[in-house]
Design a protein around this ligand. Structure first.
Ligand code: ATP
Length: 246
């Protein structure tokens, strides 16, 4: 089976800095894959590169067999891949429904976009707050509206950039239940999240990066036990100490 998303040796350089350095991975329909790594490892740059917000220095990105690298973000979104934005970058002067409608304009005229927004809001149980100002929302509501806005573009691959930051464990469970329901419909997710509990509970597979390089790709348990991952998170010599204590 052809993967839904395939990244082949992608590189992004800023001057002399290799922020993403030859990363290859694939993502299948209905799969939730976490992207982990210490601060500055290259996660945001990789996300931006996948959706066309950051030009690649080299490498290729395929979405369902179609080459998407080099395309503008709205073209990549039209082909079925988009991302949420860190710190819920919603339009502050618009209502929840207006925010979601704006995103749905990618594929619909205004009437169709409003109908699409209604469908997405219903799906995420956001209809009761459809007319609320986004400025008045709680953190979990903002996270769900950010997801609703991305879903309104009708993606097949959705990149979630720290949607669970600032949430309590109970609120995270609520958002994770929504993500799992969407996975069951075949949506594929690539997730950056600093809450390890959420990552371990949610993801089928993890990709670990450090200094722009992919250092591990496997189940959450395999990646958490990987010596280079332990080293990246705990510092020089940590993997050896972990092994000595095992
Ligand atoms: N526009 C840019 N110009 C120059 N360097 C950049 C730019 N964007 C990111 N970098 C550098 O690229 C590297 C990777 O940064 P990136 O933000 O992708 O890491 P990250 O894993 O998302 O970090 P965090 O977890 O802190 O968000 C860092 O060294 C960063 O300073």
């Amino acid at each position: 089976m052809q993967p839904l998303l395939q990244a082949d040796a992608i590189c992004v350089t800023f001057g002399g800095l290799k922020a993403v350095d030859g990363v290859s991975f694939s993502l299948n329909a209905g799969e939730i894959v976490g992207l982990i790594g210490p601060n500055g490892a290259g996660k945001t740059t990789l996300f931006n590169a996948l959706v066309g917000l950051q030009p690649l220095t080299s490498g290729t990105v395929w979405l369902d067999g179609e080459r998407v690298c080099g395309l503008k973000p709205h073209k990549v979104a039209r082909l079925g891949m988009t991302k949420t934005f860190q710190n819920a970058a919603l339009f502050p002067d618009m209502s929840v429904k207006e925010n979601v409608t704006t995103a749905a304009l990618l594929r619909h005229d205004l009437k169709g976009a409003r109908a699409k927004a209604d469908t997405v809001l219903r799906k995420l149980d956001l209809t009761p707050i459809a007319d609320a100002d986004v400025a008045d929302l709680t953190f979990p509501q903002k996270a769900l509206v950010e997801m609703a806005r991305a879903l309104a573009t009708e993606p097949r691959v959705l990149l979630l950039d720290e949607v669970m930051a600032a949430l309590t464990p109970a609120e995270m469970d609520e958002v994770m239940a929504v993500i799992r329901a969407l996975k069951a419909e075949g949506l594929a997710f690539l997730v950056v999240e600093h809450h390890m509990r959420a990552i371990m509970a949610l993801c089928d597979r993890l990709l670990a990066v450090n200094f722009g390089r992919l250092i591990a790709d496997g189940t959450p348990a395999q990646v958490a036990a990987h010596p280079q991952v332990i080293e990246a998170y705990l510092g020089h010599g940590a993997a050896g100490k972990e092994a000595a204590h095992a």
